[in-house]
Write a protein that binds this ligand. Structure first.
Ligand code: PHE
Length: 360
């Protein structure tokens, strides 16, 4: 005969001593599983005499139910405790500083290019581009440098290899950004106001020369543009770029085949204490070449020199970066030395704009 009291106390005390989720699960199977003791007892009731069944049935059912509930409750408690332990061990402290990450920097050439673009955008100039691999027509002939012109030799040009019998026009790595003048006027006509920053190439290598360097070209063509406009434009540029109120520029007569008259421009500076200061002192530093665009250049680009004229100028971007940020050796610009880049590079957030001051 089934002893419910014994069954109850057996499982209740077993539950009391079960100290893990696993032990409880084992107990559940033992008692309530398909072949569990309580399940079997309930099944056996079918064979019992009616009066016995009425007596034992409700109590056994009651116990099955309360025991199942208790098991579920205990299991949940263990699961909660385990979860709490895990949370404590793995918890994230959101107030802790993030792990340091390596950030790249913006190269001074890129930064200075952005500064130049920002300044000239403010003066109504847009940015134009041309290929680095040029025909010698765009690089020289169209710029009033005939094949026998001595300036052609002065440029230490890199010529592209040509197989014998290849009768395509000779190609060069552009020696300056001036060919963009021609390409731009050919395509978009005049009037125009553009700057054209980019890479240029000359076979030259020392502390202030690298075989690849950066220039930007300025070109302004309209009716009635004069040398005075050129002077004002360059003055405004230098003032904004070097961030000094007073810049003194010196225009020295010079010669470029593609401008007439031509000038080289020096900027007043001082080297007191080995530090370069722009706008004061008694030294002069050459910063650019410029002039009024030669009528032959306008004609090469399909512009009528009788109705339109204007000025052009060319500056070394790397040179400007060295001056403004006190970087002594040009060659280091292109060594990709991570320590140099960290030292002289700019934060990605340091976007040049005129309203906020160009450099922070
Ligand atoms: N192209 C010239 C150079 O590379 C610079 C220049 C540009 C001079 C435009 C006059 C006008 O030296």
């Amino acid at each position: 005969m089934l002893d419910i009291g014994a069954l109850k106390s057996k499982f209740l005390s077993a539950l009391e001593t079960a100290t893990s989720e696993e032990a409880i699960e084992n107990l559940r199977v033992e008692a309530l599983g398909k072949k569990g003791e309580i399940s079997l007892a309930l099944r056996e009731m079918g064979q019992m005499a009616e009066d016995m069944r009425q007596k034992i049935g409700p109590e056994l059912n009651e116990f099955r139910k309360s025991f199942a509930d208790e098991i579920a409750r205990r299991k949940e408690a263990f699961a909660d405790a385990a979860l709490n332990l895990r949370l404590e061990a793995e918890g994230l402290d959101m107030s802790r500083p993030a792990r340091p990450r390596n950030h790249g920097t913006i190269h001074p050439v890129s930064q200075v290019t952005e500064e130049i673009v920002a300044i000239f955008a403010d003066l109504g100039y847009s940015v134009a581009e041309g290929p680095q691999l040029e025909t010698d027509w765009y690089n020289f002939d169209a710029l009033n440098m005939a094949p026998e012109h001595p300036a052609r030799q002065e440029h230490d040009t890199f010529y592209m290899h040509r197989d014998e019998g290849d009768n395509r026009p000779p190609h060069v790595l552009r020696t300056h950004t001036s060919p963009v003048q021609i390409r731009h006027m050919e395509k978009h006509g005049v009037p125009c106001r553009i700057i054209a920053p980019g890479r240029v190439y000359r076979a030259d290598y020392d502390q202030t020369h690298t075989p690849m360097f950066h220039q930007y070209e300025g070109l302004c063509i309209d009716e009635g543009v004069s040398m005075a406009n050129l002077k004002w434009t360059l003055q405004e540029f230098c003032r904004a770029f070097f961030e000094v109120e007073n810049v003194d520029l010196r225009f020295r007569a010079s010669h470029f085949p593609f401008t007439e008259p031509s000038a080289e421009v020096d900027i007043r500076c001082s080297w007191a204490g080995g530090q370069l200061k722009v706008g004061e002192g008694d030294d002069w530093l050459e910063v650019l070449g410029c002039g009024m665009v030669h009528p032959n250049v306008l004609s090469s680009a399909g512009v009528d020199p009788e109705t339109h004229q204007g000025f052009a100028f060319g500056m070394g971007i790397d040179r400007l970066a060295m001056l403004k940020y006190g970087i002594p050796d040009l060659r280091a610009f292109f060594d990709s030395d991570i320590r140099w880049l960290r030292h002289y590079g700019f934060s990605v957030l340091d976007r040049p704009d005129l309203a906020g001051g160009l450099s922070k």
